[in-house]
Design a protein around this ligand. Structure first.
Ligand SMILES: [Zn+2]
Length: 389
């Protein structure tokens, strides 16, 4: 009798659960696809690479991209990032954990080596490692970093700074001063301002002395004709306020400036807050961020098609949220997003490429391979390189 009542209880519980969505489930509406099915970009025949653009969707796995596609262009459409003709997968584990964070994930791309979670441009023994951006600077190329987080956040930091822990954002901002990077665009003015830094260092003044124009809003960005920019459009991460540039606007400005360099350029652009939406299990936030990132991808791909000598690689550092797409509580054509965690997961992330030598990025690759291969193809040197013993 006791057994029977507990079976009944479980059955009732199951029925109750099926009627209301659990907390980690959200139903989103799906867009109706319009017009003809978009085509993939063609393979580029030439082997000449002058410029490399690395696009990182932080926390952007297959489910994030697919949800974005369903919500923005519908089941038969393709996001701009999905038109990149070469695809592969990236294994994301770090040196001390099967689940990476953004710091070790980005350092695998920037330095071409595995390191521990939290490390910014240093190896597992905390020895600084040279980054692809630094190699490009030494060879006289222009370089740029764009993010929608603070520009001192883990992903952009790993390309132009060397510190033991990602939380050392004041040190990271100071490291940027000597990096030679032409274009910094993102948030994070608090790490540069003498009024907010714990050491009262006037980094904004020092950047100005070093020839950078400081930009605080979209108007500044549009009006600027300087070729050295420090754009800090928010206290911390971009807040999507009026007056802030979109990621596509930042990308366009960076391309306008850097494409003037006859020696070529290296640009890293991060859609940082796709990850934050995953941590928050917030589907609407996620879809807005995927769309903002994809609009920037369009600006980049348009440039690369026109230019013909630009290699574009798009990937993620890891997946965030253990996001799955299902239809248990959704009806008809709507889509239900189910989050299985509020942290990162270890599922491999997609790798996409367009431009000369794009085929080098098909297959199942380690994250360190991406950094090593990009550096080799841009002909700026071999990675990994340790800077001191
Ligand atoms: Zn994260």
């Amino acid at each position: 009798m006791k057994k029977l009542s507990s079976i009944l209880f479980i059955t009732l519980l199951t029925v109750a659960c099926q009627q209301t969505e659990p907390e980690n489930t959200e139903v989103i509406s799906v867009m109706e696809s319009e017009g003809s099915v978009p085509e993939l970009l063609p393979l580029v025949e030439t082997n000449t690479i002058k410029n490399v653009i690395l696009l990182i969707g932080d926390g952007t796995g297959l489910a994030q991209i697919t949800a974005g596609q369903y919500a923005i262009v519908g089941p038969d459409g393709l996001l701009h990032m999905q038109t990149m003709p070469v695809t592969g997968f990236v294994k994301t584990h770090s040196s001390d954990n099967l689940i990476t964070d953004s710091a070790s994930g980005a350092t695998a791309y920037s330095c071409g080596l595995k390191t521990y979670n939290g490390a910014i441009g240093v190896d597992p023994n905390q020895v600084p490692c040279k980054t692809i951006l630094e190699l490009a600077e030494e060879k006289g190329l222009s370089t740029g970093l764009i993010s929608t987080s603070s520009i001192t956040h883990a992903t952009p930091a790993s390309f132009a700074a060397h510190v033991e822990q990602r939380s050392m954002q004041e040190e990271i901002a100071a490291d940027f001063l000597d990096s030679g990077v032409e274009v910094f665009l993102g948030g994070g003015v608090q790490w540069f301002s003498e009024n907010q830094r714990s050491d009262s260092l006037d980094l904004l003044g020092q950047f100005e002395e070093a020839g950078y124009q400081i930009l605080m809003n979209e108007q500044d960005l549009q009006n600027s004709d300087s070729d050295r920019l420090l754009g800090l459009f928010a206290e911390d991460g971009m807040e999507r306020n009026e007056g802030e540039p979109s990621t596509a606007t930042m990308a366009q400005k960076a391309l306008d400036i850097m494409s003037k360099d006859e020696d070529g350029f290296f640009l890293m652009l991060e859609g940082s807050q796709i990850d934050w939406a995953g941590h928050g299990n917030d589907s609407e936030y996620l879809l807005r961020e995927v769309e903002d990132f994809d609009n920037a991808v369009k600006a980049v791909l348009d440039f690369a098609r026109e230019d013909g000598e630009t290699l574009v690689v798009l990937t993620a550092d890891h997946e965030t949220g253990g996001m799955t797409l299902q239809q248990q509580y959704a009806d008809g054509d709507s889509l239900e997003i189910y989050w299985t965690t509020s942290y990162h997961t270890g599922t491999p992330v997609p790798l996409m490429a367009y431009g000369p030598r794009a085929l080098e990025f098909m297959g199942w690759r380690d994250n360190t391979y991406v950094g090593q291969k990009l550096s080799e193809l841009l002909q700026v040197g071999e990675l990994p390189v340790l800077l001191e013993d």
